[in-house]
Design a protein. Structure first.
Length: 234
């Protein structure tokens, strides 16, 4: 009898130790805990015109970079009801390290159709949403820039798209507590004209990620008001 009890105790202890080991190993956007060296994932959600929030599209349905994988993050009930689809972007981020320089997100060569669609998106003032650790970030797709001295036959305004996404992550200990996105490097997409590399007909999208200890406290984003990008504002 004593041997049977000891055996059951051993099995129970083994199960508990296994569960503890799993808890220690798992460090991602489901636990909101990131150990040093853990991978941080950036997800793209929706894109659409600024003046019509009800008109939205999946981010990767528009011309440009492709997702890291065709599998999307399983949405919550609330996210599914509003049509959210979170696809992982091809960004390599290691917690809590900063990138020394912008990294290439993808190389994309626009066709005539792509360039026309981009122009329409700029005219409609498209913006989009990215997420990291359930924190939302918003970025503007492009802008219309007035040419001071337009070339003969060229329009007085040009349509530009932003090719650099600068993401700033604030963290406290092993928690991400804030996320902000700014866009830079506007480029005029002209079919048949080199964009970034002068010897390639490609448009390079970059992502520069910086991290800094902000000394704030972590609060679950489920308790925050919709649209907050910083957990300590709850």
């Amino acid at each position: 009898m004593a041997r049977m009890v000891s055996g059951r105790v051993l099995v129970a202890l083994t199960t508990i130790m296994t569960m503890v080991s799993v808890v220690v190993v798992v460090a991602d956007d489901t636990t909101h805990i990131y150990e040093d060296g853990a991978s941080v994932k950036i997800y793209a959600n929706k894109i659409g015109p600024y003046n019509n929030p009800l008109e939205t599209y999946a981010y990767f349905e528009r011309p440009g970079c492709k997702p890291a994988t065709e599998d999307h993050k399983f949405p919550s009930l609330g996210q599914a009801l509003v049509g959210d689809e979170h696809f992982e972007m091809s960004m390599k981020i290691t917690f809590p390290k900063s990138m020394e320089a912008p990294a290439d997100l993808c190389a994309f060569t626009p066709s005539v159709k792509d360039a026309h669609e981009w122009q329409s998106m700029v005219e409609a003032q498209y913006w989009y949403q990215l997420l990291v650790d359930d924190l939302p970030m918003w970025g503007v797709f492009g802008n219309r820039s007035a040419e001071k001295k337009p070339e003969p036959g060229m329009p007085p305004q040009v349509h530009q798209i932003y090719t650099l996404q600068n993401i700033s992550l604030g963290y406290n200990g092993n928690r991400i507590v804030s996320a902000n996105l700014s866009v830079h490097h506007p480029v005029v997409p002209v079919v048949g004209v080199p964009m970034r590399f002068q010897n390639h007909l490609q448009l390079i999208y970059d992502c520069d990620v910086s991290g800094g200890s902000c000394g704030r406290d972590f609060v679950s984003n489920t308790a925050c008001r919709f649209g907050e990008d910083e957990r300590w504002r709850c």
